[in-house]
Write a protein that binds this ligand. Structure first.
Ligand code: 13P
Ligand code: SF4
Length: 314
């Protein structure tokens, strides 16, 4: 028999949903979050979609289930909201690869160059940038820069090389940062996977190495990959990105088969930063309104300019 005590016990998910209502909060989750977090989220998306959702939210609290730079972006775009994250340590290897001091020095040495930064950067680097981009709009953003202007593209070398190829732009210097997840997908393992599933289509995030991108039927942002697989007439796909996308792929196309490839780094396809977030930490963040994004007015004002420029690019 169920005791009254047990009846009164709320599940973690119920606690989170109650807190969401009390706090007038929105739960935003990136596709690389644990399935149970995506299940509860008001919106699951790629970094560009989540930035837009954060900007238009008119409640009190944005609970950002992703990595820290995404939460900082949300704060800059909607500074009057409280922005909390489940785990303050959820960083990104691309952010770590690109400290602000060398970017400031580059700016001083080349005041006429245009700094195009991927959103996977610290807020300080964003504040030094002329325009930002995500994996979804990087080609359009680079094309929006006048052709005679030299570009410094940072920090992801694989995305930079991909964009350089797509745009045919020669005057583009590329920072040498990499993603610990995507850059360590070996082409050899992709070939093995294709041998096992010869009729599968290959989709890849542009942070993957050139050898992987050369084999791909489609290259795009996290959400673009999902949309392409859902719309395709193919039945099987090898998905060269973080395996958290499996949640939406299965939900939207349950009849199709999706295969993932393990990388050299963790022998898995999970982002060690994204996966720091848990339901417990999300509950605590909503309860304590901490860890909370707090940024100086000055850095927000300077980072907002390149962010808004990016959002204005069609
Ligand atoms: P998206 O812009 O596709 O969401 O990618 C963000 C990211 O961190 C990829 O590793
Ligand atoms: Fe950063 Fe790579 Fe993780 Fe994306 S998957 S958040 S680029 S470390």
């Amino acid at each position: 028999m169920t005791s009254p005590m047990m009846l009164a016990t709320k599940t973690l998910a119920e606690e989170i949903l109650d807190l969401r209502q009390e706090r007038r909060a929105i739960l935003l989750a990136h596709h690389y979050q644990e399935p149970e977090i995506q299940e509860l989220a008001d919106w699951v998306g790629d970094s560009l979609e989540l930035a837009r959702k954060a900007r238009e939210f008119d409640g009190d609290v944005i609970a950002f289930c992703g990595v820290w730079f995404m939460a900082e972006t949300a704060k800059v775009l909607n500074p009057n909201r409280i922005v909390v994250v489940p785990d303050r340590e959820a960083s990104c290897s691309l952010v770590e690869s690109c400290p602000v001091e060398p970017i400031r020095a580059y700016r001083r040495m080349h005041p006429d160059h245009v700094i195009v930064s991927y959103v996977n950067t610290s807020i300080e680097v964003k504040a030094e940038s002329d325009i930002l981009c995500t994996s979804r709009n990087a080609v359009q953003v680079v094309n929006s820069v006048p052709k005679d202007k030299t570009i410094l593209f940072l920090p992801d070398q694989n995305l930079g090389n991909y964009v350089k190829k797509q745009t045919g732009r020669e005057n583009m210097k590329i920072w040498q940062g990499t993603c610990v997840v995507h850059a360590t997908f070996p082409t050899r393992r992709l070939i093995e996977k294709l041998t096992e599933h010869p009729s599968a289509k290959i989709v890849a995030h542009p942070e993957c190495p050139q050898g992987v991108l050369d084999m791909a039927d489609f290259v795009g942002s996290t959400s673009a990959l999902i949309d392409w697989c859902v719309a395709s007439t193919a039945r099987e796909f090898i998905v060269m990105t973080e395996s958290g996308v499996n949640y939406s792929l299965h939900k939207l196309a349950p009849e199709k088969k999706f295969y993932f490839v393990a990388n050299e780094n963790c022998n898995c396809s999970e982002c060690p930063y994204m996966r720091l977030n848990t339901l417990e930490k999300l509950r605590d963040a909503l309860l304590n309104l901490d860890p909370r994004v707090e940024l100086s007015e000055d850095v927000m004002r300077r980072a907002r300019v390149p962010l808004e420029r990016m959002l204005a690019v069609k």
